[in-house]
Design a binder for this molecule. Structure first.
Ligand SMILES: C[S@@+](CC[C@H](N)C(=O)[O-])C[C@H]1O[C@@H](n2cnc3c(N)ncnc32)[C@H](O)[C@@H]1O
Length: 288
């Protein structure tokens, strides 16, 4: 039986991934082997000549097969980094995206002390857990329609010891809320891709990420329409709604907010690629 050493195995796998149309072939080969051997990429390079034991080879082979079937790396390693924190992820949650870091940074720049924050559609808990880590005096409610997602978010909250400041609630948007519940900030990264665009997405997203996390209905705006209409009832005076939206949805989202008299102003924030990505909308009486 052939003996495989670390670097030779990575080279073979990267080549195999490339032939199978995986774009980040070498990186993926390294990440998967690092996951199996519990080593960083740097450690792999330092151990380049080390023999890989048979049982690790068998596990690596399984992951290679799944990656070629286009299962995303984050689901194979159960890990995704977001705002320098390590989140547990599996196929019940969206893999947190770098664009969403802009949403979190926007919220962190808002002025408030002792804020009550609602994270709607929390998924892995990436947003709420990061905010809770950064703001020890804030209190949070995190919701999702998916009980499996709530379980993942709780796990991440426990990992970072912020679970006692977050109430988790399964709810279809605000359906399980009563109007006495008021928040200083309501934040969300909603599903915003239109249904007919979904078949055109990369297989990693189309075939593996939860449909409910990405599909925003025929126009992509199902969740956003409801969110903009219903959020004011649950915001404190001068409370703010902050949410992410999709590519070129900025005009539609801006018009939606400006045509609703409950909002006084709205700012659109760009992501690192210069694309309009996040809206901050304030409630209150216009001109008052
Ligand atoms: C785009 S993902 C965002 C996940 C996470 N907040 C993040 O930024 O990585 C949208 C989330 O909204 C949830 N969701 C979809 N429809 C919902 C609804 N009607 N009410 C509550 N949550 C919903 C999905 O289950 C999913 O977790």
């Amino acid at each position: 039986m052939k003996i495989w050493r670390v670097m030779e195995l990575i080279n073979w796998t990267a080549d195999y991934f490339k032939k199978n149309g995986i774009q980040s072939a070498r990186l993926d080969a390294e990440l998967l082997l690092g996951h199996i051997l519990n080593k960083s990429r740097l450690q792999l390079y330092m151990d380049f000549d080390r023999i890989v034991a048979k049982e690790y080879l068998a596990r690596y082979r399984e992951l290679i097969k799944k990656r070629v079937e286009r299962v995303p790396i984050a689901y194979l390693t159960n890990h995704k980094e977001f705002m320098s924190l390590s989140f547990y992820v599996d196929e019940s949650v969206l893999i947190p995206r770098p664009e969403t870091e802009v949403l979190v940074e926007t919220v962190l720049k808002l002025q408030s002390d002792g804020s009550q924050v609602l994270d709607l559609g929390t998924g892995s808990g990436a947003i709420v857990v990061t905010l809770a880590k950064q703001r020890a005096d804030w209190k949070f409610v995190a919701t999702d329609i998916s009980p499996e997602a709530i379980a993942v978010a709780k796990k991440n909250a426990q990992r970072y010891e912020v679970a006692e400041r977050i109430i988790f609630l399964q709810s279809d948007l605000f359906e399980s809320f009563d109007e006495s519940m008021k928040f200083d900030y309501i934040v969300a990264n909603p599903p915003y891709i239109s249904s007919n665009e979904i078949p055109t997405l990369m297989p990693e997203i189309r075939d593996y990420e939860p449909r409910i996390a990405i599909d925003g209905g025929p126009t992509g705006l199902n969740f956003i329409d409801r969110l903009v209409a219903e959020a004011p009832k649950f915001l404190t005076e001068n409370g703010q709604l902050v949410f992410e939206f999709g590519y070129q949805q900025d005009d539609t989202v801006g018009n939606l907010i400006q045509s609703n008299p409950q909002y006084t102003d709205c700012d659109i924030i760009k992501d690192y690629a210069g694309i309009e990505r996040v809206v901050v909308a304030r409630v209150g009486s216009r001109g008052g």
